[in-house]
Design a protein around this ligand. Structure first.
Ligand code: ZN
Length: 309
C-alpha cells in the first residue's frame, strides 16, 4: 500500500514538474521581472513580448486589415463548459463549438480553446494591455490556435500559431449579465487546481462590445513561457462590469502555493522594440482630414484678405 502511494506521489510530482515548469508568480522573486531568469522561461526576455501599451497617436492605419470574422460566436444554445482555477487565472475551457476567428490576413482560421481573465485588487489596475497609459480593472482573453495544427500544444511555439482576442472592462453600476452566470460560480473554484463543469446558455458575442473596431500587433503569451507566437487583436471599445462582480473575482479564487487571494494577476506592458500596432481603415479617411484642413486654411486666408480689402 505504501509502495503504491509512493508510486502515485512520484507520478503526480513528475507530471506537475513536467507540465508546469518552474514556479512563477505575479510578485516577488518569481514575479514578472524575474520570469526571464527562471528555468525554461528565457523567451520572456525576448523582443516581441506582450502585453504592450498602445499609444493611439502612433497606431498605423492598415487598409488591408478587414473586419473580424467570428464564426459561431453568436450561437446562443446551451453548451457545457469547464470553469477552472489554474493557480494564476480563472479560465473557461470550451468544448469544440466551432468557434473560429478569421480574417483575410490568415491562411487558416483560428479555433477557440479557452478564455480567461486578468484583474486588479482595485479598479485602477488589472488589465495587461494599456491604452495611452490607461489601465483597466479587468481584461478578458480569448485564446485561439491555428487550425493548421492539430492541438494548441503543437501551435503554441509556432510563428502566428495562436490568435488572442482581448477585451477591456470599465466599471458600471449594473452587473454584466453575460458574465453573471460564470462569476456566480467562482465560490466553486476557490482552491488552485479546482474546476467546475457547468451549462452556459448564451453566446460568446454577448461578452464583446457591439463595436468590433480593433488594434492588431504581433506579440507573445503574457504568462511563462512567453512564446512569441501570438497574433493579438484588442477590441478598442471596453464593456462594463460592476464593482460587486469584480469583488467576486477578488475574494474567491486563490493563487497556487498558498499565495493568497488571486489579485493583480497581470503582467505589466513590455517594450514595443520597433513593432507597429495597426488598425483597419482607409488611407482616404486621413487624406480627407488633410483636404478639410487645407480647405479651412484657404477659407481663412480668403476671409482675412477680404477683411483687409
Ligand atoms: Zn491572458
Amino acid at each position: 500500500m505504501n509502495f503504491l502511494l509512493s508510486l502515485i506521489c512520484v507520478a503526480v510530482s513528475f507530471s506537475v514538474a513536467k507540465g508546469d515548469g518552474a514556479v512563477w508568480s505575479y510578485s516577488g522573486n518569481t514575479g514578472p521581472a524575474a520570469w526571464k531568469n527562471l528555468t525554461g522561461y528565457s523567451e520572456c526576455g525576448n523582443n516581441a513580448q506582450s502585453p504592450v501599451n498602445i499609444v493611439t497617436a502612433d497606431v498605423q492605419v492598415d487598409s488591408t486589415l478587414d473586419d473580424l470574422v467570428l464564426t459561431n460566436y453568436d450561437d446562443s444554445s446551451t453548451k457545457t463548459w469547464t470553469l477552472s482555477n489554474n493557480g494564476h487565472a480563472v479560465k473557461v475551457d470550451v468544448d469544440d463549438g466551432g468557434y473560429r476567428l478569421n480574417s483575410n490576413k490568415f491562411s487558416h482560421a483560428y479555433k477557440l480553446a479557452q478564455f480567461h481573465w486578468h484583474w486588479g485588487n482595485v479598479s485602477t489596475e488589472g488589465s495587461e494591455h494599456t491604452i495611452d497609459g490607461t489601465e483597466y480593472p479587468l481584461e478578458m482573453h480569448f485564446v485561439h490556435y491555428s487550425t493548421a495544427y492539430n492541438a494548441i500544444g503543437d501551435a503554441i511555439s509556432q510563428s502566428k500559431g495562436l490568435a488572442a482576442l482581448g477585451v477591456m472592462f470599465t466599471i458600471q453600476s449594473s452587473d454584466n449579465q453575460a458574465l453573471k452566470p460564470i462569476f456566480d460560480l467562482l465560490p466553486n473554484i476557490q482552491s488552485s487546481g479546482s474546476s467546475h463543469t457547468f451549462n452556459y446558455t448564451g453566446s460568446l458575442m454577448s461578452f464583446l462590445p457591439s463595436d468590433k473596431s480593433y488594434y492588431r500587433y504581433m506579440g507573445s503569451l503574457t504568462t511563462p513561457a512567453c512564446q512569441e507566437s501570438v497574433v493579438w487583436t484588442l477590441l478598442q471599445t471596453p464593456v462594463g462590469i460592476s464593482e460587486a462582480q469584480m469583488n467576486l473575482l477578488r475574494t474567491n479564487p486563490m493563487f497556487e502555493n498558498n499565495g493568497g487571494y488571486m489579485v493583480n494577476n497581470y503582467r505589466p506592458p513590455q517594450p514595443l522594440n520597433g513593432r507597429t500596432i495597426s488598425k483597419p481603415g482607409t488611407a482616404g479617411s486621413s487624406a480627407g482630414q488633410v483636404v478639410h484642413s487645407v480647405a479651412a486654411f484657404v477659407f481663412t486666408m480668403v476671409a482675412a484678405a477680404l477683411w483687409f480689402l
